[in-house]
Ligand binder design. Structure first.
Ligand code: MN
Length: 233
């Protein structure tokens, strides 16, 4: 009997949705770089620069159900694995050249995410003017909690955002401090790519990024959304 594929295709990547059984199928993962002023400063930059983007592969997601603790294996090659707590925007309706004023019609919901980064490798690539993928796009580099549909998510774009490691504050800010807010980010993104249902946007991290080691437990929160808990092993 003829088979449709030469080997089994990879499973579809999807994320649970709070309040319903159907899951959110993932298309692409876009990430915004240096999108809070105090984080840009700690990375050695100042002021408002045009937004810039990178991607992670969809199979880099580490999907953590509500109330569960995800397990992240400490990745290879690095000695400086950093946490970046971020509000993630989930796109429900695609489009191109979306204006910021219309952007919210395209949002399905929000989630808490971590943009885990091999900072030493990213730094080396920056120095050499090379792509960031080895620092940003590795396995389990994108932990994410369940998606909360917009109607139940409260005011996620003005919520407090925080990350604790082993119970101690590392990052604490508010999403309203985004340099390029969610609407503006969608405007810029959709000028460059055709946004599709299932796209995720990691919107950027506030100041306080730092290293974690095996044994650490990370608890990330955006007020109004389920917490994201990840243990590094
Ligand atoms: Mn980030």
């Amino acid at each position: 009997m003829a088979s449709e594929f030469v080997f089994a295709p990879p499973a579809a990547v999807s994320i649970p949705v709070v309040g319903q059984a159907a899951r959110f199928p993932v298309h692409r993962i876009y990430c915004v770089g240096r999108n809070y002023e105090d984080h840009a400063k700690e990375m050695g930059f100042t002021g408002r620069e045009p937004p810039f983007f990178f991607m992670k592969p969809t199979d880099a997601l580490l999907v953590v159900d509500e109330g569960q603790t995800g397990t992240m294996a400490y990745p290879s090659l690095t000695k400086n694995l950093h946490h970046e707590i971020e509000l993630v925007v989930a796109i429900g309706t695609g489009g191109k050249n979306i204006k910021a004023a219309d952007a919210h019609k395209h949002i399905y919901g929000y989630a808490v995410g971590l943009d885990m980064t091999r900072r030493d490798l990213q730094g080396e690539m920056k120095k050499q003017g090379r792509p960031w993928d080895i620092g940003k796009g590795f396995e389990q580099s994108a932990p994410i909690g369940p998606i909360v549909p917009v109607a139940k998510a409260g005011d996620a774009e003005n919520a407090e955002i925080s990350l604790q490691v082993n119970g101690v504050d590392r990052q604490r800010s508010t999403v309203s401090k985004l340099i390029w807010n969610v609407g503006e980010t969608i405007e810029h993104l959709s000028a460059a790519w055709d946004l599709q249902p299932g796209d995720l946007i990691y919107s950027g991290t506030p100041e306080g990024v730092a290293a974690v080691v095996a044994g650490d437990t990370l608890v990330g929160e955006v007020a109004g959304l389920p917490k994201l808990t990840v243990k590094v092993v």
